[in-house]
Write a protein that binds this ligand. Structure first.
Ligand code: GLA
Length: 746
């Protein structure tokens, strides 16, 4: 998977479908050559001849002219770009040296190739169980002017088009240096004409899709809220202009990180494209003493020549196999009902017992008690940090035992990273809060963030949460995070090291989460941040699913789910049906079925007709949801600027498929066929909605017929199941006997 040609000093990282080439040039720079579909060999001279003819550069105060005709720093494609040299197109690392100078210029020293991949300490990472699946290249570089080393790690997978990169800075100077920037990955593509797919959003409008041309000015997709990816998500795709959902080259990037991040993307003056991804350098600086090191988070690069869906397939497989907690990654999740939209803070033991009874009779498998069970928490204005049960309001033992007796699971909401100024904890430990003293901090939702940079605070808050989960047999935990960081200040870190706070805070959060999953590996963890405000691979390393959005209006969720599906497997996208009046329960459930499924409503208020619908839906979910959890996903029609959205999932053995179609506006009869993907062309599929048996190649070349008139906001679910020749014959005989019309569509 990794070869080094010693004569040409050429690295080739590859598997059967993917190649990544770079070489060490005469000046010991690592120069990127090619990344894309498998290529047996590259011609270095052909790939570098376009550079300017001359090169002049200050190296250790001497002017150096490269004799090799082929190289110019200004237009070179780097693996780790320099800072404050002749190349001005964005840097990989910036170090403030012992003499306070900033020039940062790393050159190759040595490398080694190892089987497998080492986990990064304190940061979430791809979990490799079988060393044979991955090979890692570790390259050591040294700064030309100091004793500072940069290690680049590249891990290539043999069964997936995935290349993971991360980096490490080691200070071998006898004095402190300050790290001002350290990227995780860089990809210098040799030409322009690419488009960027990213998402932006806010509360209740999580992850809205945006596609833009990569222009010659720098675009920065970033976040600086300290772990709140609403505004931008740490996942992007770069695609060739003509690449569509099904064809063409595309590169997906996802950071395994939940803190401030940035993706810098630009086409340069020579029309080459540079992508640099990692921790956001804004408000970041880290002091490194002698021999101390700093690790950047891992960044995943997924390549496909089969369009955006190709990248999605690679990412989904990778995330399910190497990121999600093993216990739940491929496991069916229970159908849940959450108390939030049913009762908000207004519940008691009796109401929850009734909720359990009703939910049980509807075939729901788990009841989740949301916010409001602790301290004096009857509104969002108090008690975060006081994780003691409010016994006047809820008898936790009783409701859990009751649910278990009914053979149902029970889940509980927590928000461990927070503290309310109006709480016992704050009155006893004001120093536990993270905010700048002597100014009035912004109180989003009446709360402050805990200073998780301080290990003592992590210890304290974890012991409180652990106590509850140790005492009660809780099956599921919803871990919330309802405000972002602002006016940061930490009595622990101190004012001089303020640039370390954002990263140290997220390390504290990871420490907390790590302790939780280590002590409670069988508790299904769902993270949340005012909906899907923290949806990233860092969180998915610990939590098997993330609540996708507080927006439970089904039509708005179509957009949110469509764009989330591109980057994250459906099995980790929390999607629930609520009592919002628009659409029937069946329509709403069809949308939510393509995520982890559940309800946000008071079942007692349901009509008999709605109850019957819900019972039927739950049966269907139990029967078919494994195709959502394990299958291959294909987006078929984007809802962006369109009246329709469509997608499908196909089981790995291609024998079962679920197809989703939704239209926003009413439309008359119209000739509409959607071509399906990923089926077996030779198999016949029974379609439960149309009651037809049709061959896979028809579905994939002609399409699924949905030409009938469509009502406003109509969701359709087609369940396709492969039938054998005997089943097909029996079906046709019955059909002939019944003299049914062959082509009858729903
Ligand atoms: C956030 C979550 C909601 C709910 C509330 C409780 O807004 O997104 O689902 O849990 O917190 O306060």
């Amino acid at each position: 998977m990794i070869t080094f040609d010693t004569k040409r000093r050429l690295f080739h990282l590859y598997n059967a479908n993917f190649s990544y080439y770079f070489y060490i040039n005469k000046l010991n720079y690592l120069i990127h050559l090619y990344s894309g579909k498998y290529l047996q060999n590259v011609d270095i001279e052909r790939l570098t001849e376009r550079y300017a003819e001359r090169y002049a550069y200050l190296d250790n105060n001497k002017e150096v002219c490269d004799e090799s005709y082929y190289f110019s720093l200004q237009g070179a494609n780097f693996e780790c770009a320099t800072f404050n040299t002749a190349d001005k197109r964005g840097s990989f690392a910036i170090i403030k040296n012992v003499d306070s100078s900033l020039l940062t210029d790393f050159r190759y020293v040595s490398h080694k190739i190892i089987q497998g991949k080492e986990p990064i300490k304190y940061l979430p990472h791809a979990k490799i169980q079988n060393c044979k699946e991955v090979e890692t290249l570790e390259i050591t570089l040294k700064d030309v002017r100091s004793e500072v080393y940069l290690i680049l790690y590249y891990s290539i997978f043999n069964n997936l088009n995935i290349l993971i990169r991360n980096s490490k800075i080691i200070n071998k100077e006898k004095q402190d240096i300050t790290l001002l920037k350290l990227a995780s990955t860089e990809l210098d593509l040799i030409y322009g004409d690419y488009e960027l797919i990213s998402t932006y959003g806010t509360w209740s409008k999580d992850r809205q899709l945006e596609v833009s041309k990569i222009s010659h000015s720098k675009q920065i997709i970033s976040d600086n809220h300290g772990g709140r990816g609403f505004y931008h998500n740490p996942a992007i795709i770069i695609k060739e202009k003509d690449t569509n959902l099904f064809n063409g080259n595309a590169y997906g990037f996802e950071l395994i990180y939940s803190g401030n991040f940035s993706f810098e993307v630009s086409a340069d003056e020579f029309n080459q494209t540079r992508v640099i991804a990692g921790i956001n350098e804004e408000n970041f600086s880290f002091t490194l003493r002698y021999n101390q090191c700093f690790n950047s988070p891992e960044c995943v690069l997924a390549f496909s020549d089969k369009g955006i869906n190709g990248v999605t397939n690679v990412l989904h497989d990778f995330i399910r196999q190497y990121i999600l907690p093993k216990t739940f990654a491929f496991k069916e999740r229970p159908i849940l009902i959450n108390s939030w939209e049913a009762y908000y803070f207004d519940f008691d033991t009796e109401k929850i017992i009734k909720l359990i009874d009703e939910a049980n009779s509807l075939g729901i498998e788990m009841v989740v008690l949301d916010d409001g069970w602790f301290g004096n928490r009857d509104s969002d204005s108090s008690s975060l940090g006081d994780w003691q049960i409010n016994k006047d309001k809820i008898d936790l033992e009783k409701v859990i035992t009751y649910a278990h007796e009914k053979n149902m699971k029970f889940g509980l909401w927590v928000e461990p990273e927070m503290i309310s100024p109006n709480s016992k904890l704050f009155s006893e430990h004001p120093e536990f809060a993270l905010y700048k003293r002597n100014i009035k901090p912004t109180l989003f939702r009446h709360q402050l963030v805990l200073d998780l940079t301080n290990p003592k605070v992590v210890d304290y808050i974890y012991s409180e949460i652990k106590e509850i989960f140790k005492k009660y047999p809780i099956d599921y935990c919803k871990w919330d995070f309802n405000r972002y960081l602002s006016e940061i200040g930490s009595l622990y870190v101190g004012e001089n090291n303020e640039g370390e706070i954002y990263h140290r805070f997220i390390l504290g959060t990871y420490d907390l989460l790590n302790r939780f999953i280590t002590d409670f590996p069988n508790v299904l963890l769902e993270t949340c941040a005012s909906g899907g405000g923290r949806f990233d691979l860092g969180m998915l390393y610990y939590s098997s699913q993330i609540w996708a959005s507080d927006e439970t209006d089904p039509t708005a969720r179509v957009d949110i789910q469509y764009s989330t599906n591109i980057f994250y497997p459906l099995s980790c996208i929390g999607a629930h049906v609520s009592a919002r009046p628009f659409l029937t329960y069946q329509d709403k459930a069809i949308i939510a079925a393509f995520g982890t499924f559940g309800y946000e409503l008071d079942p007692i208020k349901l009509s008999e007709e709605d109850k019957n619908q819900i019972i039927g839906i739950n049966k269907l979910i139990k029967e078919w949801h494994h195709v959502v959890t394990e299958g291959d996903y294909y987006a078929l029609k984007s809802p962006v600027n369109s009246n329709y959205a469509a997608w499908m999932t196909v089981s790995k053995n291609k024998k079962e498929a679920l197809v989703f179609h939704f239209n926003f506006r009413r439309e008359p009869t119209y000739s509409r066929y959607i071509k399906l993907y990923g089926l077996d062309p030779d198999l016949y599929y029974f379609n439960s909605l149309t009651n037809t048996i049709i061959k896979g190649d028809f579905y994939m070349n002609v399409g699924l017929n949905i030409s009938a008139p469509l009502d406003e906001g109509k969701a359709m679910l087609f369940v396709l199941k492969a039938v054998n020749s005997l089943e097909k014959t029996i079906y046709e005989k019955i059909k002939m006997k019944n003299n049914e019309k062959r082509d009858k569509i729903f």
